[in-house]
Design a protein around this ligand. Structure first.
Ligand SMILES: Nc1ncnc2c1ncn2[C@@H]1O[C@H](COP(=O)(O)OP(=O)(O)OP(=O)(O)O)[C@@H](O)[C@H]1O
Ligand SMILES: [Mg+2]
Length: 342
């Protein structure tokens, strides 16, 4: 049984102009201990998809489809079931740590709350464990940090505190929503290394959300690419990066500069991304796609099995081998020297 199964997830929110679809038929699965990257531009529905796994929906939204965590049905769950899910099985690292931590509580209160409430630890035991967790994420002077307030910590440090809180409950599945986007490159690779190590040590499955396709491909077993509320391609990371099947994937690979490969790659994707409710009849990517035919503007492409994954593009067979990928970097899960910013 998969650790996470999402099948045909549709999320509609209320708006002044009527219901708006923001996630439009997403299906994905993650095996026990596996890491799946979820990549796409802003507004494609990545965060909403991850939040629905915890049963967190925008107020007044309609949600349909199936979400199962290790066989437990999230969409059918009552409050008690959802509390148990969030407190013991699935943890989320939210996109913006400052928005998800109470600014008037000390770091120690934040970290020990879950340990005391859900694991039944006493105050002293929880504090000791919290110091250990901070050490695990590369923060050596835990006792001092526990007494500090969120505003006293840098963004990178706070992100590590969030990771420590997420692993405190020893979850089976971690939903990491752009855990490194706000960080400088060095801190970014340290945080990725920490997540990679923790995953290997504890056998956690992970949904890793990012804008950075190459980072996802280098750190996750498989990668899914999302556009306008749908998954347009899903492959083992290596093949996705070397031989993308969807023009959007290829465009994302091309939108990072690289001296050796720039000559034969697609230019940066023109135009702006759209949300699901802004997409027309046909393929949502067609208005930005250099390969679009009439049919692409009229008919929505179905998701088809291809190689070891899936793709939704009318022209995927003709385009095989035409779209540019690039050699994938070595996995960055290897331990790196850790330093702590203050
Ligand atoms: N609470 C909400 N109510 C209504 N619409 C929402 C809500 N949250 C998000 N949306 C809309 O849903 C779409 C998808 O949002 P989501 O936050 O999932 O995107 P994302 O892929 O995570 O983007 P980013 O990369 O910027 O984080 C967007 O168009 C967004 O405006
Ligand atoms: Mg997001």
């Amino acid at each position: 049984m998969s650790m996470l199964t999402i099948e045909d997830l549709v999320v509609r929110v209320r708006s002044q102009d009527g219901p708006r679809t923001i996630v439009d038929g997403v299906s994905l699965d993650i095996e026990r201990g596996e890491a799946l990257g979820l990549v796409g531009e802003s507004g494609s529905g990545k965060s909403i998809t991850a939040r629905t796994v915890l049963g967190l929906f925008p107020a007044g939204s309609q949600v349909s489809g199936r979400i199962e965590v290790d066989g437990f049905s999230v969409l059918g769950a009552d409050r008690r079931g959802l509390t148990a899910l969030r407190s013991r099985r699935v943890a989320m690292i939210f996109q913006d740590p400052r928005a998800h931590i109470n600014p008037v509580h000390r770091i120690g209160d934040f970290l020990t709350e879950a340990l005391r409430r859900h694991l039944g630890m006493d105050r002293a035991g929880a504090a000791r464990r919290a110091v250990g967790l901070l050490a695990d994420v590369g923060i050596p002077d835990g006792e001092r940090r526990l007494r500090q307030y969120p505003h006293e910590l840098s963004g990178g440090l706070l992100q590590r505190v969030m990771i420590a809180a997420a692993i405190a409950i020893e979850p089976d599945l971690i939903l990491a929503d752009e855990p490194t986007t706000a960080l400088d490159v060095t801190t970014q690779s340290e945080v990725m290394a920490i997540l990679g190590e923790l995953r290997t040590q504890r056998g956690m499955a992970m949904l890793f959300i990012t804008h950075d396709l190459e980072l996802a491909a280098a750190t996750c077993d498989r990668t899914a690419v999302m556009y306008a509320g749908r998954i347009v391609e899903r492959q083992p990371s290596k093949s996705l990066a070397q031989q993308p099947l969807h023009p959007y994937t290829s465009g994302l690979l091309g939108s990072r500069p690289s001296i050796e490969t720039v000559a034969h790659r697609l230019p940066v994707i023109p135009g702006r991304p759209v949300a699901a409710f802004e997409a027309g009849e046909g393929c949502a990517f067609a208005p930005r796609c250099g390969f679009a035919l009439d049919r692409c503007h009229r008919e929505r492409p179905p998701v088809e099995h291809r190689l070891e994954g899936e793709v939704a593009c009318h022209r995927h067979e003709e385009l095989t081998g035409v779209l540019a990928g690039e050699p994938i970097a070595a996995p960055t899960g290897a331990p790196v020297e850790r330093s702590v910013d203050v």
